[in-house]
Structures are given as C-alpha cells and as structure tokens.
Design a binder for this molecule. Structure first.
Ligand code: MTE
Length: 300
C-alpha cells in the first residue's frame, strides 16, 4: 500500500533557528520540556509570520460552546480532556480504543506553521504542533478497500453548552478522501506555540487540513472511521449548496453569500487591507495533483 507520500524536505521547509528562538522568547515562561520537538517541517515556514497566541486562542469557531467567536474561550474549560481516547474503527486491521497518551508515545510531534483560512473569509497563521494523520492511520492499519476517513467530535451536553441549540446536527462530523487524509500536510494538532492545544482550539487533538476551509479541521476528535463510501459532514448536511464535501480554498469560487477572493487577516487591525486568497490556500504545488480530474471552476 503506497498511500504515504515521500517527504521531500527542502531547506525552506525547516523553521529557521533564529525564528524558533524568537518564538521561544515570545512564549517566555513556558517550560522547555513543553516545547516538544520544536524545529520541524512547515511548508514555506520562512515566509509566514504566525499570529499571536491571544488571537489564535480567543477568536474561535467551536459551536458546541456557542456561536460567538468569544464563546469557546469562555466555556471550553468545561470540557474534560483527561482521560481521552480515540476509537478507530471501520476498514482497519486493528480497530479499537486508542488512549491519547499511548498515541502520543508512538507519534513524532513536529512544528508546522500553516496558513488557516476560514470559509467566513478571515485568516490566521498558526504554529501548530502535531503529527501526521497518516502515522496514526498506519498504527491502526488501513485496509485496501478503505476510500474515505470519517471523523467525529466528542458529544457531551453537560460540558458543552452550545449543544442545547440545534445549530448543527450534533455531534460535529467531518470527512476526507483517503489520499487527502494520507497527505503529509494533513496533521492531527496537539499543540500551539509548543504548549498543549487549548480546549477552545480543539484539545486534546484536532484535525488540520491547511488547503481546505477551516470547518474541515474538526476539533476534539473521539472517533475515526475508515469507510468505502463518502461520509456525511456537518456543514454539508446543514447547507449543501454552501458547503461542499471537498471545500478546498478557492478564490475563484464564491460562497453563495460572499466572495472568497480576499480575506481579513486576524490581528492586522480594523482598517488593514484585505489579503488576496491563494488557490488551495497557498498549498497548490503540494496538493493540486490530488484534484487533477476536477474542474476547479466548480463548487465541490
Ligand atoms: N470543530 C467542531 N467540533 N466544532 C466547530 O464548530 N468549527 C470549525 C473548525 N472545527 C468547528 C470545528 C470552523 S468553522 C473553523 S474556522 C475552525 O474549527 C476554527 O478553528 P480555530 O478556532 O482553532 O481557529
């Protein structure tokens, strides 16, 4: 099974040490041990200036805690994240409940500085810490007939006040095609700036697919199921004409209610010029070949 893409690391993929040291100062006071692997890959890390910790952790979408951008930072502390396990089932050789600590012992955590583009046309740059989803899937052993990966967020009405409102059909679910899931850019994030990922950002582990709109990056995952058929996804179920299964960032395809050509960069100030949105959020070189049979002028 040759699902795994060979990692061709270039010099520019590795975070420059002085930038890393700057960041260490930025998060001064954090124990060195919490810095995890620190220096790792990050597509074109050099050109990206990460957003500040406060922006990344106080302006969130996590509807299980409310629909206001400030709600997750206010209420997500209510979520118990210890103990935590992820059920991996469906078309895998070794189905079961994988305990979070045991997963972390087996995975190699790297820093990945990625652009993050929400479908609502705002963006940030986030210095994630995480491991490749492919490594986790390989731990469970993907069977030959698997074609998709389905993800599910924890569903705890007692700890998640937003679940009282039928904004979405809970629990939040998402999905990827298997080749998208196995792509080396696709990670499970477990940290930001070398600290454990805060609850409002999807603790203890959340998906990050940097070339897709942010809603694909599902938070606080408790279940991963390998399937033969395309799985349902929350936003697509809520409004299929507005949110496609693929939802690759594409400045040329407008959302029915707004343009996707430009984005508001969080932290750049109220009157800052909007930034032009890049095809596949700037990861075209890495991922365009996955979609060579699709007409990019269309909505998917
Ligand atoms: N995952 C869950 N479970 N619930 C959500 O409401 N929101 C999505 C995505 N993952 C969401 C979710 C959306 S719309 C975005 S833009 C990102 O999370 C926001 O991630 P951030 O808060 O870390 O920036």
């Amino acid at each position: 099974m040759a699902y795994r893409w060979k990692k061709n690391l270039k010099d520019c993929d590795v975070t420059d040490e002085s930038a890393y040291l700057d960041r260490r100062q930025l998060i001064g006071g954090v124990a060195a041990g919490a810095m995890l692997a620190g220096i790792g890959t990050g597509a074109r890390a050099m050109e990206l200036a990460p957003n500040e910790w406060d922006d990344i952790t106080s302006y969130n979408n996590y509807y299980e805690f409310g629909t206001d951008k400030k709600d997750p930072a206010k209420y997500a502390h209510m979520l118990t994240i210890k103990p935590w396990s992820v059920k991996i089932d469906g078309l895998v050789e070794r189905p079961g409940d994988y305990e979070f600590g045991e997963i972390m012992e087996k995975m190699s955590v790297e820093e990945r500085i990625y652009r993050f583009r929400c479908v609502e046309a705002w963006s940030m740059v986030v210095p994630w810490n995480g491991f490749e989803l492919a490594d986790l899937l390989e731990l469970a052993g993907v069977k030959g007939d698997a074609k998709y990966v389905a993800f599910e967020t924890v569903n705890r009405p007692d700890e998640m006040p937003g679940l009282r409102y039928p904004v979405l059909d809970w629990p939040y679910v998402e999905g990827l095609r298997l080749d998208e899931a196995m792509h080396p850019l696709t990670i499970m994030a477990t940290g930001i700036y070398g600290r454990d990922i805060p609850n409002q950002n999807g603790a203890p582990l959340r998906l990050v697919v940097p070339w897709k709109y942010g809603f694909k990056s599902i938070k606080s995952i408790v279940r991963i199921t390998l399937t033969a058929d395309q799985p349902p996804t929350s936003w697509n179920k809520a409004s299929a004409r507005e949110y496609g299964f693929y939802s690759n960032v594409n400045p040329e395809v407008s959302h029915p209610r707004w343009s996707q050509a430009t984005e508001r960069v969080i932290g750049s100030g109220l009157f800052a010029k909007r930034k032009e949105t890049l095809m596949f959020n700037g990861y075209e070189e890495e991922v365009a070949s996955l979609y060579s049979d699709m007409d990019l002028a269309k909505f998917y």
